[in-house]
Design a protein around this ligand. Structure first.
Ligand code: PMP
Length: 449
């Protein structure tokens, strides 16, 4: 779809043509490719906004998939990061600041008796699964459909609901979502649909004695913020206890965002291991594996291997110390939640005036928008719902200066700077209103055609 008049992408398009000759798809992460004529290149970001190389300004609700919890180029965090630069980088030795950040995390997160750092969400979850396997001496594990835990082989199994007949009595087939994943690894991964308590019990009865871990995002950060019921998460906890399986709550998206203590504190369920990444340092690369002391002590010589050249880099650590201080000691998260509620209410008013059925899932700081009366409560239902209205609206929003993920599975993310910028809300809602009307016209034109 060509951009609306008024949005010039000629520099991004020209850059794409050059970049695609050197960088596969012209980008450094495949999800950043939005089509040959719609892939944009960022010049810079500040607060809740970004500017592309053509000079188009956008209010951004992707926030790098969540990291910019305070807003881009936050002066407080960046000043701390600059001080971190003076430390000298990485040494293949530890620095005192690791304990400062670990103490902060332990004070904020119920499960975090001990802490280790990683560089990315993928690395942290990979370490968590290895830790669980090393601790239990078991290899298989349980995933929840619609969850995402990063780009490593063990986490890349999904329920294939394309072409699946939901009335068939059969589960969708388990497939890898990339080529290059050894198919024999599939036997180690079990998958269950979210919020089906009976299926969870049955799966533990069948495989519980051989499973090292159950991995869950109680609010699915990569599936519209679909949320587990409290009963489901509590059942997961008790089945894990009963079968000696370690519960890993992946808080890479929810951590330091939905609450100071993460999604685990909202549910009142304490995992054995939890992982964090996005909001830890407002975008500086650092991730966290935290958990129960006895389990975490399995990170040792002769136990579970863990480490890495760039782990606990001084710049990221300094940024994390300041970002977590702000999230812990100031009302930043309240500002974020209040803005998220106001944004949802504003979008609802626009849709209600036009009689468009819709609903939300997730948390106001990371919410999914559905064009259906009721939000789905698992991935199978998302897949079978109609998300074409969303897809079309997202394209118009980009043209109108509001960036949300074009894939409706990705929630809308809110940062503190959205809440403190007095124009963001009104500007966003104006664009939403226009985008909704253009989408309605588009749907009508399609119907007539
Ligand atoms: N777990 C969850 C819940 C995630 O949302 C993501 C990233 N979207 C990851 C793990 C992987 O993190 P990263 O992209 O930093 O490797």
């Amino acid at each position: 779809m060509r951009p609306l008049p008024g949005r010039d992408l000629s520099k991004s398009n020209a850059h794409f043509a050059r970049a695609a000759e050197r960088l596969p798809l012209g980008v450094s992460s495949t999800f950043r490719y939005w089509g040959d004529d719609r892939t944009i290149y960022v010049d810079h970001g500040k607060g809740g906004r970004i500017w592309d190389i053509d000079g188009n300004a956008y209010i951004d609700y992707r926030l790098g998939y969540g990291p910019a919890i305070l807003g881009y180029a936050d002066d407080r965090v960046d000043a701390a990061a600059r001080r971190g630069m003076e430390v000298g980088g990485v040494f293949a030795l530890s620095t005192e600041n690791e304990l400062v950040v670990a103490d902060r995390i332990a004070a904020m997160v119920p499960a975090a008796e001990m802490v280790r750092f990683s560089n990315s969400g993928t690395e942290a979850v990979m370490a968590a699964l290895r830790l669980a396997r090393a601790h239990t001496g078991r290899d298989s594990y349980l995933l929840v459909e619609g969850g995402y835990h990063g780009l490593f082989d063990a986490a890349m199994w999904m329920a294939n609901v394309e072409g699946w007949d939901r009335n068939s009595n059969r589960d969708p087939e388990i497939v890898s979502y990339s080529r290059g994943i050894p198919q024999e690894l599939k036997t180690l991964a079990h998958l269950v649909p979210m919020n089906d308590l009976q299926r969870l019990e049955d799966t533990f009865r069948r495989y519980g004695d051989t499973m090292a871990a159950m991995l869950i995002e109680p609010i699915q950060g990569n599936c519209c913020g679909i949320a587990a019921s409290a009963d489901y998460v509590r059942l997961a906890r008790s089945l894990c206890d009963q079968y000696g399986v370690l519960l890993i709550i992946d808080e890479v998206k929810t951590g330091f965002r939905v609450a100071r203590g993460g999604v685990q504190s909202l549910y009142g369920v304490t995992p054995d291991i939890c992982t964090f990444a996005k909001a830890v340092a407002n975008g500086y690369p650092i991730a966290v594996v935290a958990g129960r002391r006895e389990v975490m002590r399995t990170f040792r010589y002769g136990g579970a291997a863990h480490g890495g050249t760039y782990t606990a880099h001084a710049v990221s650590l300094a940024a994390a110390a300041e970002c977590l201080r702000i999230l812990d000691e100031t009302p930043a998260l309240e500002t974020i939640a209040r803005y998220g509620e106001a944004l949802k209410a504003g979008i609802s008013a626009i849709l209600n005036r036009r009689g468009i059925a819709h609903s939300y899932a997730g948390h106001p700081s990371m919410f999914g928008l559905f064009f259906a009366e009721r939000a789905p409560d698992n991935y199978r239902d998302w897949k079978t719902s109609d998300y074409s209205f969303y897809d079309q609206m997202a394209h118009y929003l980009h043209d109108l200066g509001v960036i949300c993920e074009p894939d409706s599975r990705e929630p809308w993310f809110v940062c503190e700077a959205h809440g403190t910028d007095s124009h963001c809300l009104a500007e966003t809602l104006k664009a939403v209103e226009t985008a909704v009307d253009l989408t309605l016209e588009h749907v009508e034109a399609d119907r007539r055609a």
